[in-house]
Design a protein around this ligand. Sequence first.
Ligand code: SF4
Length: 223
Amino acid sequence: MIKGWHKLSLIDYPGCICTTIFLGGCNFRCFYCHNRDIAFNPERFSDVNVAKVFNYLEKRNDCVEGVCISGGEPTIHAELIDLMERLKSMGFKIKLDTNGSRPKVLKEVINKKIVDYVAMDIKAPRDKYEQVSGIGKPDLNLDALQESIDVIKNSGVEYEFRTTVVPKVLKMKDIINIASWIKGSKKYVLQACRGDYGFVSMKDLRRYADVVAPYFNTVEVRG
Ligand code: SF4
């Protein structure tokens, strides 16, 4: 299930030194996917030895404060809950990265108090979700995304909603549409698209951030 591992990260979990694990497979097909190999073809990669991860965490417990669970899409794995329970029992703070397609899993980890930070992607405004996520109905379920948004906002755990600004597809009006959709959220992050799918400058990201700032407590940009 674990297909990638960054032993130490200062950037994956805001305010927390963490180790990051990447769970293979995803139910979306975003054309700009930053982790497409493990997301689309996880069977081509051997599993990271879970015992090695836990062994590392036991030894580095004084330095590593948290674990970022990313992907792929972690919530498609039935084993996720056990993994998070085990990490939590070791005293780590846990951040979960998700595309928000599985609100039931989010509810479960929140109710069990085994997650401390949720980062949910908001890929696009509703009318462009199919285009950006690469999947159509019935696999793309906007009601489920809405449920995840509501669950996260009302959870009491730290969270962020974040959008990768793909300049080919997302324009200022789309960012405003997203902001209207999730307005009142604590934190919204605009992040630059990497790779071959266009370039958005930090200056443009900041311009977008300034426009949507009134919708949120905090808006951040990430390069
Ligand atoms: S949801 Fe994330 S991991 Fe899945 S295809 Fe999109 S960018 Fe890749």
